[in-house]
Design a protein around this ligand. Structure first.
Ligand SMILES: Cc1cc2nc3c(=O)[nH]c(=O)nc-3n(C[C@H](O)[C@H](O)[C@H](O)COP(=O)(O)O)c2cc1C
Length: 205
């Protein structure tokens, strides 16, 4: 059982990193392995809409999008953390996720996803929704907490004072572990649900 963790923040040991540490301690306790990638300082460009990934098992740009997509294929869960920038996930992370999810070819159904959004003051809920959309268009299972997964802090380390946010991160990680185990058992017993053939309609006449 393994979780891929992607931190969008460019700040080393920032507030997203602190929430991730809280979740990772739960994974450690439960014997779940994980790999953490901090992408905030990488030069990750957006999707070029070139269509290369439709015919290839990779993004046309040979970078983290393909690398992390391949890692994700081997994992049971994905944990994302983003600092809130202008009430949205940070641009580097969005660029990565657009291309990673677009180019990945493996079956993502029932992989478990969770997302943390960290802000000084506002925009966490919009960011949380934004990140969850990568999961919910792919038949993934979303692990929730007992609040929307936000954490508050402006300066590095301020999140230490957000006891509720830190606790929620632990709850989310615990729920991820439970769901990954439940999905593994369910797959063994029932297999993945059969999907009808895909129908794609566009809203044009
Ligand atoms: C470009 C930029 C935009 C930001 N926009 C917001 C915002 O919309 N709302 C907010 O509350 N904080 C905003 N912040 C503050 C960060 O979300 C906050 O400092 C957060 O703790 C950063 O997380 P990190 O330490 O993991 O990088 C912004 C910071 C930057 C650099």
């Amino acid at each position: 059982m393994k979780v891929l963790i992607i931190n969008g923040s460019p700040r080393k040991d920032g507030n997203c990193a602190r929430l991730i540490r809280e979740a990772a301690a739960v994974f450690d306790k439960e014997g779940v392995s994980y790999e953490l990638f901090e992408v905030g300082n990488k030069a990750i460009r957006g999707c070029a809409a070139c269509g290369y990934c439709v015919t290839h098992d990779a993004c046309v740009f040979n970078d983290e999008a393909t690398e992390l997509g391949k890692k994700f294929a081997e994992c049971d869960g994905l944990l994302l953390a983003s600092p809130v920038y202008y009430a949205s996930a940070n641009g580097t992370l969005v660029s990565l996720l657009d291309r990673m999810f677009r180019s990945i070819k493996c079956d993502l159904r029932m992989k478990v996803g969770a997302a943390f959004a960290v802000a000084r003051r506002a925009g966490t809920v919009a960011t949380f929704d934004e990140l969850n959309k990568y999961f919910t268009i792919n038949q993934m299972v979303v692990a929730s907490g007992d609040y929307w997964n936000n954490g508050f802090g402006g300066a590095k380390g301020e999140i230490e004072e957000d006891a509720e946010g830190l606790r929620n991160a632990r709850v989310v990680a615990q729920n991820m572990v439970f769901l990954m185990r439940a999905v593994a058992l369910g797959k063994e017993k029932y297999g993945l649900p059969e999907n009808e053939p895909r129908v794609r309609t566009s809203f044009i006449r």
